[in-house]
Ligand binder design. Structure first.
Ligand code: HEC
Ligand code: HEC
Ligand code: HEC
Ligand code: HEC
Ligand code: HEC
Ligand code: HEC
Length: 360
């Protein structure tokens, strides 16, 4: 009897032991499985570290697991922007071949980064193997390897090199760093000394959009203000790159305003609608038409007085300050290329002043 009880007890104990072993096995299996997935995570973290080390050893500590995938996660964050960007003139243009020190500060990625980091308007030397403007030019890509890398290379207010006026409109200060007249040529003043024009490229090369918006840097004393500077919070970005991109043809990172919509010329009005609810054309109230007509009137006068050739290029020679001023204003409007929209009042003023100067 006693023996039977002992055997039964023994069996019970054995059963409990078996159950315990089974349970603990199950536990350890789970534990192993999670250990395994940890290993996977570690592996990608490890390769992360490799990438970082070669890029910037200082950032290792800041990288947490997953920071690469914040951006490289196969969602549209990079892909959509890349495809838009490829269709922008920044992404598709060829002027990054202007790699000499004088030009590289605006025309190459390396030159721009060098001068922004140094807080100057020059680079030490010509840029060899220059890259076009790309994601890294405008964003701090691969510096901390976190989302913070999307921050912009600069959004500091920009003191225009030509005039000393300050352009300050949030993130679009980035744009104004390059889209400003090149310094080096004095703006003619009425009644000033004769002006010797030595280059066919006379004028405020090539992107005087920020000075146009501010209403500065023209020949003549302009007193008006500009609602498209004062009231547009983010400046350039508000009109050129609101989030609502049209595929890869306009807005967003294309930065294009006019585009081709399956063969039909089209206009990107998304940025305008915020203020002009019923707008149907960039040529609001016929302002662009009027500006284009005035540009043509001024062009014919410049041609007649021997300041430009048929292609619109300047002709070398010595001219009165009034003539040079008229040419300066013509170049400002044609190189701004908004046909007056950036600053309707100023555009008309510059053209009127130029036309009047040549009609004297
Ligand atoms: C802030 C977003 C962001 C983070 C975080 C990020 N990347 Fe990138 N990465 C980019 C962008 C943008 C590009 C450039 C894409 C282009 O040129 O079209 C890029 C390009 C690359 C390239 C292609 C080669 C090159 O350098 O252009 C590799 C490889 C790469 N990243 C690896 C990594 C790794 C590894 C990490 C994590 C340590 C990481 N990235 C973190 C945004 C990011
Ligand atoms: C690093 C200098 C630089 C910065 C920063 C920059 N641009 Fe540009 N931009 C250029 C250059 C250079 C070109 C002409 C490229 C070419 O022709 O190869 C250009 C071209 C353009 C064009 C196309 C002009 C055309 O003829 O179709 C637009 C629009 C434009 N930029 C808007 C902007 C906006 C908006 C920003 C700010 C978000 C900006 N740019 C920032 C240098 C810059
Ligand atoms: C302050 C910045 C800046 C500097 C410096 C600069 N550029 Fe530009 N350049 C621009 C911008 C911005 C554009 C684009 C303007 C636009 O598309 O409206 C441009 C456009 C151009 C274009 C295309 C426009 C056209 O009419 O064909 C050429 C060519 C060019 N630049 C050559 C040069 C050369 C050569 C130098 C040096 C001698 C130089 N740039 C220096 C900002 C600059
Ligand atoms: C000429 C300058 C310029 C270039 C080049 C550029 N970006 Fe941008 N990007 C901007 C500006 C300016 C903004 C902010 C727009 C705003 O404030 O609405 C921005 C915003 C972004 C954002 C949104 C950031 C957020 O808040 O999440 C992403 C993502 C981005 N860019 C990706 C890219 C990628 C990818 C590339 C390269 C294919 C690129 N950008 C090239 C100027 C640029
Ligand atoms: C009020 C809206 C608005 C603002 C703000 C604005 N733009 Fe424009 N921009 C336009 C319009 C509209 C055009 C004319 C498009 C056309 O008719 O071809 C234009 C034309 C241009 C062009 C000529 C190429 C093109 O796309 O037609 C460049 C380059 C340009 N703008 C750059 C800038 C820069 C840089 C800033 C900021 C310094 C800026 N814009 C601010 C609306 C704006
Ligand atoms: C932040 C608000 C704002 C944005 C964005 C804006 N505008 Fe304006 N715009 C105004 C105001 C205010 C006026 C002056 C009052 C008026 O004409 O309605 C004006 C005036 C104009 C004028 C001059 C009209 C005249 O008869 O002299 C034109 C042209 C114009 N805008 C076109 C545009 C275009 C095109 C866009 C988009 C690319 C745009 N605006 C974006 C606020 C804005």
């Amino acid at each position: 009897m006693k023996k039977k009880i002992i055997v039964l007890l023994g069996l019970a104990v054995a059963l409990v032991v078996i159950i315990l072993i089974f349970v603990s096995c199950k536990d350890s299996t789970t534990a192993e499985a999670s250990a395994a997935s940890t290993t996977v995570a570690e592996t990608s973290a490890a390769s992360t570290t490799v990438a970082e080390t070669s890029a910037a050893s200082t950032t290792v500590a800041e990288v947490s697991d997953g920071s690469c995938t914040d951006c490289h996660n196969s969602t549209t964050q990079i892909v959509s922007k890349e495809v838009q960007y490829s269709n922008s003139l920044h992404g598709s243009g060829n002027t990054f071949e202007r790699n000499t020190a004088a030009c590289a500060i605006c025309h190459t990625s390396e030159g721009f980064t060098e001068r922004i980091d140094a807080g100057t308007f020059e680079v030490a030397a010509d840029i060899q193997n220059a890259s076009p403007i790309n994601c890294r030019t405008c964003h701090n890509i691969h510096e901390t390897y976190t989302k913070a890398d999307w921050s912009l290379a600069t959004s500091d207010p920009v003191t225009l090199e030509l005039t000393g006026d300050v352009y300050d409109k949030g993130n679009s200060n980035l744009c104004a760093s390059c889209h400003q007249p090149r310094p080096g040529t004095d703006v003619p003043v009425a009644g000033g000394a004769a002006v010797e024009i030595t280059s066919s490229r006379y004028g405020p090369h090539h992107g005087p959009q920020s000075s146009m918006l501010l209403g500065v840097g023209g020949y003549g004393e302009y007193k008006g203000s500009n609602v498209h500077y004062d009231a547009v919070d983010e400046g350039c970005i508000s009109c050129h790159m609101t989030d609502t991109a049209v595929g890869k043809v306009a807005g967003g990172h294309t930065m294009n305003i006019t585009y081709d919509s399956e063969g039909t010329p089209a206009e990107y009005l998304v940025g305008c609608i915020k203020c002009h609810e019923d707008i149907t054309t960039l040529d609001r109230n016929g302002v662009q038409t009027e500006v284009v007509a005035m540009v043509e009137e001024l062009r014919l006068l410049l041609l007649k007085q021997g300041l430009i050739d048929d292609t619109g290029a300047g002709i070398a020679g010595t001219f009165t300050s009034e003539q040079a001023g008229a040419l300066w204003n013509y170049k400002t409007i044609t190189e701004d290329r908004s046909k007056g929209v950036h600053n309707p009042g100023f555009a008309k003023f510059l053209l009127e002043t130029g036309i009047a100067a040549l009609k004297k």
